[in-house]
Design a protein around this ligand. Structure first.
Ligand code: SF4
Length: 327
């Protein structure tokens, strides 16, 4: 696709499209870097205040012992990563963490459990957590693995705002990363969540040894969903000793920034979240990600089981860049 073709009337920057072809997305990745960032900024400014960043906090409410085999994940029981399997946290302990997150400036509280899918008795407990966190005045998000339609409805009736379920990568590369459930399983869970009226948080991971075409395929799948996910987390792989991806080839940070920019352009109204991997990212790379249209971060010293920059460091960076937390 030539630069001129992108400017065709049907591709006006403010238009939300669900018919992005892989060829168009490939062409975006191939744009000269300044052109790509310029276009991402243009689109970002139509939909969002470029000085605002939405801040979410993520708490692991049930850590480790997961029966799935996601090759990047230290919580998979079959990898020897030193993460101990724990029980579901108590309601009181979760609400204490939520209150601290609110006091620290978070607007959304995400709770993650290392399950293949929740059992009904666990779901009841998570629903009580959702109700309690909402009562504190935070938006709620949970990530609990696969859901059926009835489970999604149950979460909706507890007041849940967002459900996170990532596609992780392209349909073609997916089998190299996870074998215990299929890409279609993931798409089915996303359908159940959307049908229940819960907002969708869905993105993927870059740096797992995938090729450019897999990044193209991942964005193409996300942008082709019937409704774009309201949140699109783009993670940089955090390599954890003991996981199969511990020795994945390093990713050029500019390739990560490009992925953020292409997500911003193809899903203009979504919050694009700069997620895992910030601990190893320079301030300059993070600044480029914000320029490329990222407008959400996870905040707090830990992301489930992996390190994340401390709150003070994040606030100093946002200050330095003249960015502020979205209300
Ligand atoms: S990413 Fe989630 S489903 Fe996969 S192994 Fe880790 S906790 Fe389990």
């Amino acid at each position: 696709m030539s630069l001129a073709a992108f400017d065709a009337p049907h591709a006006a920057p403010s238009l939300i499209r669900h018919d992005w072809t892989r060829e168009e997305i490939r062409a975006l990745f191939a744009l000269p870097f300044p052109e790509l960032i310029f276009r991402a900024q243009q689109i970002h400014r139509i939909h969002f205040d470029p000085a605002e960043v939405q801040i979410s906090t993520l708490l692991s409410i049930k850590t480790g012992g997961c029966p799935e085999d996601c090759a990047y994940c230290p919580q998979a029981a079959q990898y020897n990563t030193g993460v101990k399997a724990e029980k579901l946290m108590s309601l009181d302990a979760v609400l204490r963490e939520a209150k601290a997150a609110k006091d620290g400036g978070a607007s959304r509280f995400c709770m993650g459990a290392a399950w293949r899918s929740p059992k009904d008795r666990d779901l009841d407990k998570v629903c009580a957590m959702v109700e309690g966190v909402k009562a504190i005045g935070l938006e709620t998000c949970v990530t609990l693995g696969m859901l059926d339609g009835a489970q999604a409805q149950r979460l909706k009736s507890s007041g849940l705002d967002y459900y996170n379920h990532n596609l992780d990568t392209s349909p073609e590369y997916y089998g190299d990363i996870i074998t215990t459930r299929t890409y279609q399983d993931r798409l089915d869970t996303l359908d159940h969540v959307r049908d229940a009226g819960i907002h969708v948080c869905c993105g993927g991971i870059v740096g797992m040894g995938e090729g450019l075409e897999d990044r193209v395929g991942m964005i193409a799948t996300l942008a082709a969903l019937p409704v774009h996910p309201e949140s699109v987390p783009i993670n940089m792989l955090v390599k954890v000793e003991g996981t199969p991806l511990d020795h994945a080839a390093p990713l050029d940070p500019l390739d990560f920034v490009r992925t953020i920019a292409v997500a911003r352009i193809t899903m203009p109204g979504s919050m694009v979240r700069l997620s895992a991997g910030r601990e190893d990212m320079s301030e300059e790379t993070q600044a480029l990600c914000f320029l490329a249209g990222a407008n959400s971060i996870f905040y707090g010293p830990k992301l489930l089981t992996t390190p994340n920059p401390g709150r003070d460091r994040d606030m100093a960076l946002l200050d330095k860049l003249g960015l502020r937390a979205m209300e």
